[in-house]
Design a binder for this molecule. Structure first.
Ligand code: IPE
Ligand code: IPE
Ligand code: MG
Length: 255
Protein backbone atom coordinates (compact mmCIF):
# COMPACT_ATOMS: atom_id res chain seq x y z
CA UNK A 1 0.00 0.00 0.00
CA UNK A 2 1.23 3.45 -0.83
CA UNK A 3 0.04 6.44 1.10
CA UNK A 4 -0.83 9.54 -0.89
CA UNK A 5 -1.53 12.81 0.86
CA UNK A 6 -3.22 15.55 -1.08
CA UNK A 7 -4.66 18.79 0.16
CA UNK A 8 -7.29 20.45 -1.96
CA UNK A 9 -7.79 24.15 -2.44
CA UNK A 10 -10.69 24.25 -4.89
CA UNK A 11 -14.18 22.71 -5.25
CA UNK A 12 -12.42 19.43 -5.60
CA UNK A 13 -13.33 16.19 -3.85
CA UNK A 14 -11.74 16.20 -0.42
CA UNK A 15 -8.71 13.98 -0.51
CA UNK A 16 -6.91 13.73 2.77
CA UNK A 17 -5.46 10.29 3.09
CA UNK A 18 -5.85 8.03 0.12
CA UNK A 19 -4.45 4.53 0.17
CA UNK A 20 -3.88 3.21 -3.31
CA UNK A 21 -3.22 -0.49 -3.56
CA UNK A 22 -0.30 -0.76 -5.95
CA UNK A 23 -1.14 -4.41 -6.52
CA UNK A 24 -4.49 -3.47 -8.01
CA UNK A 25 -3.63 -0.62 -10.34
CA UNK A 26 -5.99 -0.31 -13.33
CA UNK A 27 -4.37 -1.30 -16.60
CA UNK A 28 -6.25 1.20 -18.71
CA UNK A 29 -7.64 4.59 -17.68
CA UNK A 30 -9.65 6.65 -20.16
CA UNK A 31 -10.44 10.32 -19.58
CA UNK A 32 -13.01 12.56 -21.27
CA UNK A 33 -11.13 15.85 -20.87
CA UNK A 34 -14.20 18.07 -20.52
CA UNK A 35 -14.90 21.52 -19.08
CA UNK A 36 -12.21 23.66 -20.73
CA UNK A 37 -14.77 26.12 -22.10
CA UNK A 38 -16.58 26.55 -18.78
CA UNK A 39 -13.25 26.90 -16.97
CA UNK A 40 -12.41 29.82 -19.28
CA UNK A 41 -15.88 31.36 -19.00
CA UNK A 42 -15.66 31.41 -15.21
CA UNK A 43 -12.49 33.46 -15.59
CA UNK A 44 -13.96 35.68 -18.34
CA UNK A 45 -11.35 34.34 -20.75
CA UNK A 46 -11.86 33.17 -24.34
CA UNK A 47 -12.63 29.44 -24.70
CA UNK A 48 -9.28 28.88 -26.39
CA UNK A 49 -7.55 29.88 -23.14
CA UNK A 50 -9.46 27.07 -21.48
CA UNK A 51 -8.12 24.63 -24.06
CA UNK A 52 -4.60 25.92 -23.47
CA UNK A 53 -5.02 25.33 -19.73
CA UNK A 54 -6.48 21.91 -20.54
CA UNK A 55 -3.36 20.95 -22.46
CA UNK A 56 -1.23 22.06 -19.49
CA UNK A 57 -3.21 19.75 -17.22
CA UNK A 58 -2.23 16.72 -19.28
CA UNK A 59 1.43 16.78 -18.23
CA UNK A 60 0.89 16.00 -14.55
CA UNK A 61 -1.63 13.24 -15.24
CA UNK A 62 0.53 11.46 -17.81
CA UNK A 63 3.50 11.63 -15.46
CA UNK A 64 1.49 10.25 -12.58
CA UNK A 65 0.04 7.41 -14.68
CA UNK A 66 3.57 6.46 -15.70
CA UNK A 67 4.73 6.59 -12.11
CA UNK A 68 1.89 4.36 -10.95
CA UNK A 69 2.65 1.77 -13.62
CA UNK A 70 -0.58 2.21 -15.56
CA UNK A 71 -0.13 0.66 -19.00
CA UNK A 72 -2.67 2.62 -21.06
CA UNK A 73 -4.04 6.13 -20.75
CA UNK A 74 -6.58 7.23 -23.35
CA UNK A 75 -7.37 10.94 -23.53
CA UNK A 76 -10.45 12.10 -25.45
CA UNK A 77 -9.18 15.29 -27.05
CA UNK A 78 -11.41 15.86 -30.11
CA UNK A 79 -14.58 14.00 -31.04
CA UNK A 80 -16.11 13.34 -34.46
CA UNK A 81 -18.83 15.79 -33.35
CA UNK A 82 -16.47 18.60 -32.29
CA UNK A 83 -16.07 19.80 -35.93
CA UNK A 84 -19.35 21.71 -35.55
CA UNK A 85 -17.65 24.21 -33.24
CA UNK A 86 -16.62 27.63 -34.62
CA UNK A 87 -13.67 27.42 -37.04
CA UNK A 88 -11.56 29.57 -34.78
CA UNK A 89 -11.94 27.11 -31.89
CA UNK A 90 -11.27 24.05 -34.08
CA UNK A 91 -8.14 25.70 -35.51
CA UNK A 92 -6.93 26.62 -32.04
CA UNK A 93 -7.38 23.01 -30.91
CA UNK A 94 -5.42 21.71 -33.91
CA UNK A 95 -2.62 24.20 -33.24
CA UNK A 96 -2.53 23.20 -29.59
CA UNK A 97 -2.16 19.57 -30.60
CA UNK A 98 0.89 20.35 -32.73
CA UNK A 99 2.39 22.49 -29.96
CA UNK A 100 1.72 19.79 -27.38
CA UNK A 101 3.50 17.13 -29.42
CA UNK A 102 6.45 19.41 -30.12
CA UNK A 103 6.81 20.66 -26.55
CA UNK A 104 6.27 17.39 -24.73
CA UNK A 105 7.92 14.90 -27.06
CA UNK A 106 11.33 14.84 -25.33
CA UNK A 107 9.93 14.46 -21.84
CA UNK A 108 7.44 11.77 -22.88
CA UNK A 109 10.10 9.84 -24.73
CA UNK A 110 12.46 10.14 -21.76
CA UNK A 111 9.71 8.69 -19.58
CA UNK A 112 9.40 5.70 -21.93
CA UNK A 113 5.91 6.70 -23.14
CA UNK A 114 4.50 5.44 -26.45
CA UNK A 115 2.66 8.37 -28.08
CA UNK A 116 -0.20 6.66 -29.90
CA UNK A 117 -3.42 8.00 -31.40
CA UNK A 118 -6.90 6.61 -31.99
CA UNK A 119 -9.65 7.96 -34.22
CA UNK A 120 -9.72 8.78 -37.92
CA UNK A 121 -6.75 11.13 -38.15
CA UNK A 122 -6.97 11.28 -41.97
CA UNK A 123 -9.48 14.13 -41.54
CA UNK A 124 -7.09 16.22 -39.41
CA UNK A 125 -4.91 18.94 -40.98
CA UNK A 126 -1.84 17.40 -42.63
CA UNK A 127 0.54 18.98 -40.10
CA UNK A 128 -1.31 17.26 -37.23
CA UNK A 129 -1.21 13.92 -39.03
CA UNK A 130 2.52 14.26 -39.67
CA UNK A 131 3.29 15.17 -36.07
CA UNK A 132 1.17 12.29 -34.74
CA UNK A 133 2.76 9.75 -37.08
CA UNK A 134 6.27 10.98 -36.27
CA UNK A 135 5.57 10.93 -32.54
CA UNK A 136 4.32 7.36 -32.81
CA UNK A 137 7.15 6.15 -35.02
CA UNK A 138 9.74 7.68 -32.70
CA UNK A 139 8.26 6.20 -29.52
CA UNK A 140 6.69 2.92 -30.64
CA UNK A 141 9.53 0.86 -29.16
CA UNK A 142 9.19 2.43 -25.73
CA UNK A 143 7.96 0.01 -23.08
CA UNK A 144 6.21 2.25 -20.55
CA UNK A 145 2.79 3.88 -20.65
CA UNK A 146 0.92 3.95 -23.96
CA UNK A 147 -0.71 7.36 -24.31
CA UNK A 148 -3.65 7.17 -26.72
CA UNK A 149 -4.67 10.59 -27.97
CA UNK A 150 -8.26 10.24 -29.22
CA UNK A 151 -8.56 12.66 -32.14
CA UNK A 152 -11.47 12.90 -34.52
CA UNK A 153 -12.55 9.91 -32.48
CA UNK A 154 -16.11 8.64 -32.24
CA UNK A 155 -17.14 5.21 -30.97
CA UNK A 156 -19.73 4.88 -33.76
CA UNK A 157 -17.25 5.95 -36.43
CA UNK A 158 -14.71 3.45 -35.10
CA UNK A 159 -17.30 0.64 -35.25
CA UNK A 160 -18.38 1.64 -38.78
CA UNK A 161 -14.77 1.60 -39.96
CA UNK A 162 -14.35 -1.83 -38.36
CA UNK A 163 -17.53 -3.19 -40.01
CA UNK A 164 -16.43 -1.94 -43.41
CA UNK A 165 -13.03 -3.61 -43.02
CA UNK A 166 -14.66 -6.86 -41.92
CA UNK A 167 -17.04 -6.72 -44.90
CA UNK A 168 -14.10 -6.11 -47.23
CA UNK A 169 -12.19 -9.05 -45.79
CA UNK A 170 -15.23 -11.32 -46.10
CA UNK A 171 -15.98 -10.36 -49.71
CA UNK A 172 -12.32 -10.82 -50.64
CA UNK A 173 -12.22 -14.25 -48.99
CA UNK A 174 -9.85 -13.47 -46.10
CA UNK A 175 -12.46 -13.89 -43.37
CA UNK A 176 -15.54 -16.05 -42.90
CA UNK A 177 -18.69 -15.41 -40.87
CA UNK A 178 -17.68 -18.20 -38.47
CA UNK A 179 -14.45 -16.37 -37.62
CA UNK A 180 -16.30 -13.38 -36.25
CA UNK A 181 -16.59 -13.23 -32.49
CA UNK A 182 -16.07 -10.50 -29.88
CA UNK A 183 -12.29 -10.83 -30.06
CA UNK A 184 -12.36 -10.49 -33.84
CA UNK A 185 -14.36 -7.28 -33.66
CA UNK A 186 -12.06 -5.90 -30.94
CA UNK A 187 -9.10 -6.57 -33.19
CA UNK A 188 -10.57 -4.31 -35.89
CA UNK A 189 -10.87 -1.34 -33.55
CA UNK A 190 -8.31 1.42 -33.05
CA UNK A 191 -7.59 -0.02 -29.59
CA UNK A 192 -6.54 -3.37 -31.07
CA UNK A 193 -4.40 -5.37 -28.65
CA UNK A 194 -5.20 -3.15 -25.68
CA UNK A 195 -7.23 -4.10 -22.61
CA UNK A 196 -10.64 -2.43 -22.30
CA UNK A 197 -10.60 0.64 -20.04
CA UNK A 198 -11.05 -0.19 -16.36
CA UNK A 199 -12.23 3.31 -15.53
CA UNK A 200 -13.74 6.11 -17.59
CA UNK A 201 -13.15 9.45 -15.87
CA UNK A 202 -15.26 12.47 -16.83
CA UNK A 203 -14.60 15.78 -15.15
CA UNK A 204 -16.89 18.84 -15.45
CA UNK A 205 -20.09 17.32 -14.14
CA UNK A 206 -21.54 15.76 -17.30
CA UNK A 207 -22.67 12.19 -16.95
CA UNK A 208 -22.59 10.89 -20.49
CA UNK A 209 -20.21 9.08 -22.80
CA UNK A 210 -20.40 11.49 -25.74
CA UNK A 211 -19.55 8.71 -28.20
CA UNK A 212 -16.39 7.58 -26.36
CA UNK A 213 -15.19 3.96 -26.54
CA UNK A 214 -18.70 2.54 -27.00
CA UNK A 215 -17.64 -1.07 -27.53
CA UNK A 216 -14.70 -1.05 -25.11
CA UNK A 217 -16.51 0.37 -22.07
CA UNK A 218 -19.01 -2.51 -21.70
CA UNK A 219 -17.71 -3.17 -18.17
CA UNK A 220 -15.76 -0.01 -17.38
CA UNK A 221 -16.35 1.74 -14.08
CA UNK A 222 -17.50 5.36 -14.47
CA UNK A 223 -16.09 8.13 -12.31
CA UNK A 224 -17.51 11.63 -12.48
CA UNK A 225 -16.36 14.84 -10.86
CA UNK A 226 -17.53 18.47 -10.98
CA UNK A 227 -14.00 19.71 -11.34
CA UNK A 228 -13.20 21.11 -14.79
CA UNK A 229 -10.41 19.41 -16.72
CA UNK A 230 -7.86 22.28 -16.46
CA UNK A 231 -8.10 21.94 -12.65
CA UNK A 232 -7.78 18.16 -12.63
CA UNK A 233 -4.73 17.20 -10.58
CA UNK A 234 -2.97 14.02 -9.59
CA UNK A 235 -4.94 13.96 -6.32
CA UNK A 236 -8.14 13.63 -8.38
CA UNK A 237 -6.57 10.76 -10.28
CA UNK A 238 -5.67 9.11 -6.97
CA UNK A 239 -9.25 9.53 -5.78
CA UNK A 240 -10.60 7.94 -8.97
CA UNK A 241 -8.20 5.01 -8.65
CA UNK A 242 -9.02 4.63 -4.96
CA UNK A 243 -12.76 4.56 -5.71
CA UNK A 244 -12.17 2.08 -8.52
CA UNK A 245 -10.29 -0.20 -6.14
CA UNK A 246 -13.28 -0.16 -3.80
CA UNK A 247 -15.88 -0.95 -6.44
CA UNK A 248 -17.39 -4.41 -6.63
CA UNK A 249 -16.88 -5.53 -10.23
CA UNK A 250 -19.09 -8.56 -10.84
CA UNK A 251 -19.07 -8.84 -14.64
CA UNK A 252 -22.57 -10.28 -14.50
CA UNK A 253 -21.76 -12.87 -11.84
CA UNK A 254 -22.56 -13.09 -8.14
CA UNK A 255 -20.27 -12.75 -5.16
C1 IPE B 1 -13.36 19.78 -23.70
O1 IPE B 1 -13.80 20.98 -23.19
C2 IPE B 1 -12.45 19.95 -24.88
C3 IPE B 1 -13.03 19.52 -26.16
C4 IPE B 1 -14.20 18.99 -26.33
C5 IPE B 1 -12.22 19.70 -27.33
P1 IPE B 1 -15.06 21.73 -23.78
O2 IPE B 1 -14.61 22.68 -24.83
O3 IPE B 1 -16.11 20.78 -24.21
O4 IPE B 1 -15.54 22.53 -22.51
P2 IPE B 1 -17.03 22.85 -22.09
O5 IPE B 1 -17.76 21.56 -22.02
O6 IPE B 1 -17.60 23.76 -23.13
O7 IPE B 1 -16.92 23.52 -20.76
C1 IPE C 1 -16.57 15.23 -25.29
O1 IPE C 1 -16.84 16.49 -24.81
C2 IPE C 1 -15.44 15.26 -26.24
C3 IPE C 1 -14.14 15.63 -25.69
C4 IPE C 1 -13.86 15.90 -24.45
C5 IPE C 1 -13.07 15.66 -26.64
P1 IPE C 1 -17.97 17.42 -25.47
O2 IPE C 1 -17.96 18.69 -24.70
O3 IPE C 1 -17.77 17.52 -26.94
O4 IPE C 1 -19.29 16.58 -25.20
P2 IPE C 1 -20.81 17.05 -25.08
O5 IPE C 1 -21.11 17.88 -26.29
O6 IPE C 1 -20.94 17.84 -23.83
O7 IPE C 1 -21.59 15.78 -25.02
MG1 MG D 1 -17.67 19.95 -23.24
Amino acid sequence: MLNFFGSKKSENVAVEDIHIDLNNIPKHIAIIMDGNGRWAKERMLPRTMGHKAGVEAIREIVKECSKLGIKYLTLYAFSTENWVRPNEEVNALMNLLVQYLRNEFKELDKNNVVINHIGDISKLPKICQDELIDAYNNTKDNTGLTLNLALNYGGRDELLRAFKKIYENITEGRLSKEDINENTLSSYLDTKGMPDPDIIIRPSGEQRLSNFLLWQCAYSEFWYSNIKWPDFKKEDLHKAIYDFQNRDRRFGGVK
